[in-house]
Structures are given as C-alpha cells and as structure tokens.
Write a protein that binds this ligand. Structure first.
Ligand code: PEP
Length: 246
C-alpha cells in the first residue's frame, strides 16, 4: 500500500490566497491536504494530484446547528477525507468519544474516508505501556461503536500520542521504536477484535524532514499525519520525497 501523507493545516494559514499558494506547492500524489473549512473549495480547485480532506465534520446532515459543517457539505466541495477526534478538539473543545462516534458514523454514511485520531495523554504515557494500551483501545472501542464492519474498512487510525505533538508543550520526544510497538499493538487489536484484514494506521507527532525516515522506513506505518511541518512547503516536500523513496 502506498503511504498516506496527511497535511493538517489546523487554523492556518491566515487567508485564502496563502492557502491556495501553499496547496499548489504541496500538490503531490499520496498527499491529503486538510485546510480550514472555509478554504476547502479554493484549495480543491487548484490541486490536481493531492486529495482534499476536512479537519472535522458534524454528525447531522442539515438543520438548526449554527456554526457546524456537515459531512455532506464537505463532500459537496470535493473532499474525500475527514479527520475526526483530533486531540486538540478532544482537549480544547471537550469533544467526547460519543460525539466523535456520531461524527464517524455520519461521515462514513456520507461516503467520506475517516481519519480517526487516537492517542494517550501525558499522564497515561507516564503511567506506562499498560495504561497507554488501555487508553487507546478504549478510544477505538468508543469511536467504532455501532459502525458496520463494511464501513470500518473506510477508517484509517492516526495514532498520535498527545504529548508528542509539536505544540503540546510537554517538551518530550517520541522514540520511533516505541510508537512502532504501539502501532503493532493497534493493528493486532483491530485484526482480532474487528476482523479487519488490513487495518490502516498512521503516525502523528512532531514529524519533520529529519525524523520522517525513521517512521516511514517501517512497513507497519501506513503513513503520517503532519501538523507544523505541513505549513512549510519546503520542509513538507522533503518529507514527501522521503515517503516516495520508500
Ligand atoms: C497533529 O497535531 O496532529 C500533529 C501531528 O502535529 P505536529 O506534526 O505539529 O506534531
């Protein structure tokens, strides 16, 4: 399988012209560009090789839900993917597993491919591997609740230890061999509990052009989700090059 490179631009860049310029520079195969929602159309109009993704979707299709964006809205402007359950939404907006599960269900129903973010917090990490595994399996079980088996195949898991995200402020760095061990565990869990033959698991957490190879070299990792480094086209293109050489 070709590795996925998900560019999560978060609340950047500052205006649509900058977004279009950045998208043109990052428009490469295997890349999924996830700009802020208001830029989806403009970015979708200029990319030819990359795919388009959103950073969130609400669970209802339409109705009195001020400020939300539905999976059908996202789909109608050309996005194929949606990131759900990102730790910044879980922590800053107190988005819980039930809400995330509803979003997963609605997004899959609309035909979007879901990138479901999971990952232990600093406290669980410090309490050790057993607690980390409990934390992330709980997130998977809650996120997958009531989803039909045939739809589960349209979910990629992004394993992102919260403390390893560049802006987390923990000051800690992840060791690739540690995350690879957890990704192996996640894949085994998905195979055994959900009978998924080829679970797709990405890694996210301070990936840059210097450490990308350490992750992308491993066949267990199906791709990477990149925050900070995806805002710097030069840096991101170095990571794309490393990925394409794998
Ligand atoms: C993220 O927020 O999902 C992420 C991986 O960010 P960064 O690459 O900046 O650590």
């Amino acid at each position: 399988m070709k590795k996925m490179l998900v560019a999560n631009w978060k609340l950047n860049p500052e205006n649509v012209d900058l977004a279009v310029a950045l998208a043109k520079l990052e428009d490469k195969k295997q890349v999924i560009i996830c700009p802020p929602t208001p830029y989806l159309s403009a970015v979708g109009n200029v990319i030819k090789r990359a795919k388009l993704g959103a950073q969130d979707a609400f669970w209802e299709k339409e109705g009195p839900y001020t400020g939300n964006t539905s999976p059908t809205h996202i789909k109608s402007v050309g996005a194929k993917y949606v990131i759900l359950g990102h730790s910044e939404r879980r922590n800053i907006l107190q988005e819980g597993d039930d809400a995330i599960n509803q979003k997963v269900e609605a997004s899959l129903k609309s035909g979007l491919q879901v990138i479901l973010c999971i990952g232990e917090d600093l406290d669980s990490h410090q309490r050790g591997e057993k607690q980390t595994k409990l934390f992330i399996t709980d997130q998977i079980i809650r996120g997958f609740k009531n989803i039909k088996w045939k739809d589960l195949r349209n979910i990629a898991i992004a394993y992102e230890p919260v403390w390893a995200i560049s802006t987390s402020g923990s000051g800690l760095k992840d060791a690739p061999e540690e995350s690879i061990k957890i990704i192996q565990f996640i894949k085994d869990f998905l195979r055994e509990r959900y009978m998924l033959k080829k679970p797709v698991v990405l890694y996210g957490g301070s990936i840059n052009s210097k450490n990308a190879e350490n992750y992308l070299i491993n066949d267990l990792i199906d791709g990477v989700l990149i925050g900070g480094a995806s805002l710097d086209a030069k840096e991101f293109n170095k990571i794309i090059k490393i990925c394409l050489e794998r």
